[in-house]
Design a protein around this ligand. Structure first.
Ligand SMILES: Nc1ncnc2c1ncn2[C@@H]1O[C@H](COP(=O)(O)OP(=O)(O)OP(=O)(O)O)[C@@H](O)[C@H]1O
Ligand SMILES: [Mg+2]
Length: 247
């Protein structure tokens, strides 16, 4: 288990001598075992933050540290994993082989089979374990990508619009599954979305980005599963929409 502490984090990209400030002075603490959603207009720096968190980009300024609960010590080697908008599966491997991929070096193959079987079951993929990515739907493929991440057993899961390419129906189902998994596996989840309803449905906090800065951090003190038609849900959603649109 691990949380994250982000201090004065900035990221500047340079394209043809032109500097682009993707993130400026971000300060954010995310407790271990919490579910945080990040929203904001296109280009506001959400993906950049995820890429910095998992070490895919170098920090320009500031600091990221991982926090462990009191009993454990943060080692700096916390397992962190990212799920992208598209599933990025290996087309020549079956569903179960794709999910087992992060465990390729694990010697106890029986343990690997058990882990994969557990998540195949949890994600409703048992029937398709021997199918290839070209033989399954987009929603299933995204579930396999999530299963692959869960098999890796990371402390922190980063998700960059992982449901963005799915139809409304499948998306709703996967949102509910994700909540179930979060409650069961108690991972720290940092989830980027453009969809404010999705952000409020999933997150215990919704962090709003604009122009590379955090402009608001909205707590969502509602129990799971949430009712998008309830008054509390509606009010939080409106507050976030007003902040994003500046109205
Ligand atoms: N590899 C890169 N090289 C140069 N500039 C980049 C790079 N990645 C992102 N940027 C710039 O950084 C800024 C933030 O981009 P980022 O991808 O983090 O936004 P985002 O909030 O994820 O947007 P979206 O909602 O469209 O995915 C943008 O101005 C973008 O052009
Ligand atoms: Mg992005």
């Amino acid at each position: 288990m691990a949380g994250v502490n982000i201090e004065n984090l900035s990221k500047t990209y340079t394209i043809h001598d032109q500097e682009i400030k993707a993130l400026s002075n971000i300060n954010l603490t995310i407790k271990d075992g919490s579910f945080v959603t990040l929203v904001g207009k296109s280009g506001s720096g959400k993906t950049t933050l995820l890429r910095l968190l998992c070490g895919l980009e170098q920090i320009t300024k500031g600091h990221i540290s991982f926090l462990a609960p009191e009993k454990e010590r943060a080692t700096g080697k916390e397992r962190i994993s990212i799920v992208f908008q598209e599933p990025r599966l290996m087309p020549w491997l079956t569903v179960q082989e794709n999910m087992a991929l992060p465990l390729i070096k694990e010697k106890d193959r029986q343990q690997v089979s058990q882990t994969v079987a557990h998540f195949l079951d949890l994600l409703g993929l048992k029937k398709f374990k021997d199918a290839y990515p070209s033989q399954i739907s987009g929603g299933m493929a995204q579930r396999v990508a999530l299963g692959r991440t869960l098999c890796y057993d990371p402390d922190i899961i980063l998700m960059d619009e992982p449901l963005g390419a799915l139809d409304a129906f499948t998306r709703k189902n996967l949102q509910t599954e994700l909540i179930d998994i979060f409650l069961l596996e108690k991972k720290t989840i940092i989830f980027v979305t453009h969809d404010v309803d999705e952000a409020v449905f999933l997150g215990q906090r919704v962090v709003i980005f604009d122009g590379g800065s955090i402009i608001e951090d909205v707590p969502v003190p509602l129990d799971y599963p949430r009712d998008p038609l309830s008054q509390n849900f509606f009010q939080i959603r409106e507050q976030i929409l007003r902040t994003i649109t500046g109205k």
